[in-house]
Design a protein around this ligand. Structure first.
Ligand code: ADP
Ligand code: MG
Length: 248
């Protein structure tokens, strides 16, 4: 997310929708790749999220990912708050939707923990307060984030704490998008009711925030977030209830 963004040999400086020139990779996650890009119309830098595309991906799965990306943009755009990433646009290019959003210059909390280990209690308290305000705004707009974790919290160089990645968020009144074999969130930050497949509420996001604040150390991140589950490895699904000790 800084000048030392990951190299982008495969961007080929693609021009998305005749307007957004992809420059370098800011980060990757389960859904796809986020690029630093230049908006050639407004002459500013933006972040552009590309959904994962592969010829090996079944057509139905691709379609679901496209719908999910559009819903992500829609959910995030409903929330107007300083602590929530601003979505500028969704464009169709290469038969896929792409999200154009504000570029947050800084690092994700996951990257900071990974590089520096434990954070000072004061910093953790500030991050907690800011993410809480972002969640309040989201919940007030009828949006459940459902994936609060360090990789989805961006720490901007200018001091803002920004919640991003509404990829599995739900919006009140909207029908749920079910995807078979789906990873429903990161196990270490998943509220027990969600692990048990029960209906989540606003408290589930707060549970994840609490888990996030108690895991600000490098060791915890590596041992807990990356340890494969011996019951359902390599993925985590609601069907595996034993990892948390909540199932039988
Ligand atoms: N608006 C943004 N500005 C800067 N970096 C971003 C932005 N959005 C995402 N990133 C970076 O890209 C990574 C992956 O983005 P994310 O939306 O979480 O993708 P996924 O849904 O695949 O997990 C984040 O952890 C962060 O490092
Ligand atoms: Mg993410």
């Amino acid at each position: 997310m800084n000048d030392h963004d990951k190299a982008s040999p495969d961007s080929g400086e693609r021009l998305v929708a005749g307007r957004y020139r992809l420059r370098s990779v800011l980060g990757t996650g389960g859904m796809g790749t986020v690029w630093r890009a230049s908006d050639e119309v407004l002459h500013r830098d933006v972040a552009v999220k590309e959904v994962r595309a592969s010829i090996d991906l079944p057509a139905e799965r691709s379609r679901q990912l496209h719908v999910r990306l559009e819903r992500e943009a829609w959910a995030a755009a409903r929330v107007n708050a300083r602590g929530v990433v601003t979505v500028h646009d969704v464009v169709n290019f290469d038969d896929r939707p792409w999200i154009v959003m504000e570029l947050v210059r800084g690092r994700s909390l996951a990257d900071v923990i990974s590089a520096e280990g434990a954070l000072a209690p004061k910093a953790v308290a500030r991050i907690g307060t800011e993410v809480l305000a972002a969640l309040r705004a989201a919940h007030g707009a009828g949006v459940l984030h459902r994936d609060v974790k360090p990789a989805n919290v961006l720490l901007a160089d200018e001091g803002r704490v920004v919640l991003t990645d509404f990829g599995i968020a739900t919006v009140e009144g909207d029908t749920a998008l079910t995807m078979t074999g789906e990873i429903v969130g990161s196990p270490e930050y998943l509220a027990p009711e969600r692990a048990l497949g029960r209906t989540p509420g606003t408290a589930s996001d707060l549970w994840s925030l609490g888990a996030l604040l108690t895991r600000p150390s490098k060791d915890a991140r590596h041992s807990a977030e990356r340890a494969p589950c011996r019951h359902c490895a390599p993925s985590w699904t609601t069907s595996c209830r034993r990892r948390t000790g909540l199932g039988r």
